[in-house]
Write a protein that binds this ligand. Structure first.
Ligand code: FES
Length: 579
């Protein structure tokens, strides 16, 4: 796959040498127990031990193929002279886990770091793809900082209903609105349910999964081209074994995450996210990953890059096509080749070559799917950061997936106290809303959700749907699925649960959204807001015990990436003593 870099490690330099290579009683135990598993001395002696972190689970449809892919990774590791060990980790299945997989992203990050630290691992293959698995695995691997390579799950194939292409999430929201408006029947809805997810792999729109696996590749943490390959394609299996071969070389070369990640590589990742109209979720994850790597990535950097980078991937929910079309159009290498003037091409990547070397010669095979910089689907602003008295620490919106005429809008607030309140009242025929209303959902942030669930695409009230309304201005401290669309202001910080200004809004207050000016303002006087703040009573923490209690005590707000405060980069964690 690659001629990589120069070998700098000898077998006695390997981390695993302390377990397997020395002549003492403890290593007697490590070796004899390896024989008990059925391994022979020649399987492990002097070889890099590769930990394959596998987030397979019966309940994760996006990782259904991971049992098989782990075998293919192992084949590559054996071929390259390594010793593969599969380490299962929590799966974070987006469709099933409640209240939100985001509650558990940091748990998987901690599990990844501690698996790699506590076992005799020299290098890691990180198998992920379903939304939060990608940032979680990478965050843990950065903190451990041994050679690591990310193996993306790959998108699933296109969905189909009566000959119409269906995209994950996006078309579920679309046809749900049509069902509620009375435009399709239950029979059609059932057929859509059976046709939208046709095989293994993650969501095949440019949702959070495709955004994050593309970001991982752009950062340099995956093999070039790997993130675009559909999960069901035989090329995906071959990529898995290449990944296994390459990680062994990376160990000998001592190519670690901190040798790859830099302020420039994070700029490249943000540039990629803007160019594909990526998921708003990526902002939180990128901030968290950068903080693990010791790189400062403030929200304003996203906005600076957003102004410079047009949206050139014509992919849902911002555009028309799906990831399978993107793959056949040349995939991420072709996209990055179009973006080259905006990228820092000197950045190092997992195959030992620079980003510029990896995309040399790539070009799109379909210029409607992957556009050029002078023929974009939007001139700029894939993702935009807003500030104002309603969001002193920031909020985000994805203008490319919104109705352009709502991007400069002033309207009266319709406040829902929490998700249950919203669900109970949104379809009430007497709800006092008009198409100009601004729907507000609070208590859905990092602490309030808890875990910042993807509730930010509030449903359009039924009575407005029946009038033909398909978009409204919606605001919350929640996140939104990367497959969602609409004029949804998200991640409002500080969140309402801890007394952010969102907690002070009342139904009928006027709110102004001005995306061009990056502003989000509550048109209420400072004196009135101060009086409301004085009367506000903080609610108790959501959790009194267990993981949730630790989460409540240590979770940071959205602009700091929602990582635990004690997991940011800092003093090194000691290696375990081998006694
Ligand atoms: Fe797994 Fe969308 S549900 S990526």
């Amino acid at each position: 796959m690659s001629d990589g870099r120069r070998r700098v490690k000898r077998p006695e330099d390997l981390r695993s040498h302390r377990w397997f290579g020395v002549d003492d009683l403890r290593s007697f135990g490590h070796r004899s127990r390896s024989f008990q598993i059925g391994f022979s001395r020649e399987d492990f002696a002097g070889k890099p031990v590769i930990g394959i972190i596998n987030t397979w689970s019966d309940i994760n449809p996006c990782h259904t193929h991971f049992r098989q892919r782990a075998e293919e990774v192992k084949r590559g590791v054996w071929q390259a002279g390594g010793f593969p060990l599969e380490l299962p980790a929590i799966s974070l299945s987006e469709p099933f886990q409640k209240p939100s997989t985001m509650l558990y992203r940091n748990l998987l990050a901690m599990e990844t770091e501690e698996l790699l630290r506590s076992y005799p691992i020299d290098g890691a293959v990180l198998m992920g793809g379903c939304d939060k698995t990608t940032p979680a695995l990478i965050m843990g691997a950065i903190s451990m900082n041994i050679p690591a390579i990310f193996m993306p799950a790959g998108p699933m194939l296109r969905g189909n209903w009566r000959g119409n292409t269906l995209g994950s999430g996006s078309d579920a929201w679309k046809y749900w609105a049509e069902l509620r408006a009375g435009n399709i029947d239950r029979q059609a809805w059932g057929e859509i349910e059976e046709g939208i997810a046709r095989g293994p792999g993650h969501c095949m729109t440019m949702g959070t999964a495709s955004t994050m696996t593309g970001i991982a590749e752009t950062l340099g943490l995956s093999l070039p081209g790997s993130s675009s390959i559909p999960a069901a394609d035989s090329g995906h299996a071959r990529m898995a074994s290449y990944t296994g071969r390459r990680i062994v070389e990376m160990v000998w070369e001592d190519l670690k995450p901190t040798d790859i990640l830099s302020a420039d590589s994070f700029d490249n990742a943000v540039t990629f996210a803007m160019a594909v109209g990526g998921s708003t979720n990526c902002i939180i994850h990128l901030v968290a990953m950068a903080a693990r790597a010791g790189v400062d990535l403030p929200l304003k950097r996203f906005d600076e890059i957003s102004r410079e980078v047009p949206v050139i991937a014509n992919l849902r929910p911002s555009g028309k096509y799906l990831m399978e079309d993107f793959y056949f159009a040349g995939g991420i290498r072709a996209l990055l080749s179009q973006l080259a003037p905006k990228l820092k091409l000197h950045c190092m990547t997992a195959n030992g070559k620079t980003l510029g070397e990896n995309i040399a010669g790539a070009k799109p095979h379909n210029d409607d799917v992957i556009r050029s910089l002078d023929n974009p689907i939007a001139e700029s602003g894939g993702l935009v950061v807003l500030f104002g008295n309603l969001a002193p620490n920031g909020a985000v919106i994805k203008p490319s997936a919104a109705d352009p005429k709502l991007l400069n809008h002033t309207g009266p607030a319709m406040v829902f106290e929490d998700y249950n309140d919203m669900a109970a009242r949104i379809d009430d025929p007497n709800l006092p809303v008009t198409p100009d209303s601004v729907l507000i959902l609070r208590n859905s942030g990092p602490q309030g959700g808890p875990g910042m669930p993807e509730w930010g695409m509030l449903p359009i009230p039924k009575k407005l749907l029946q009038q033909g309304v398909r978009d409204m201005v919606r605001m919350s401290d929640a996140r939104m699925s990367g497959t969602s669309y609409g004029t949804c202001v998200l991640h409002i910080s500080p969140e309402s649960y801890i007394g952010g200004p969102l907690a002070l809004v009342r139904t009928g207050d006027m709110i102004e959204l001005n995306v061009a000016e990056r502003r989000l303002d509550l048109k209420v006087s400072d004196e009135e807001l101060a009086a409301r703040r004085a009367a506000w009573t903080p609610p108790p923490p959501r959790y009194q015990r267990g993981y949730g209690a630790m989460f409540s005590q240590h979770i940071t707000q959205a602009e700091r990436g929602c990582d635990f405060d004690f997991l940011h980069a800092g003093a090194p964690t000691p290696e375990p003593e081998i006694h």
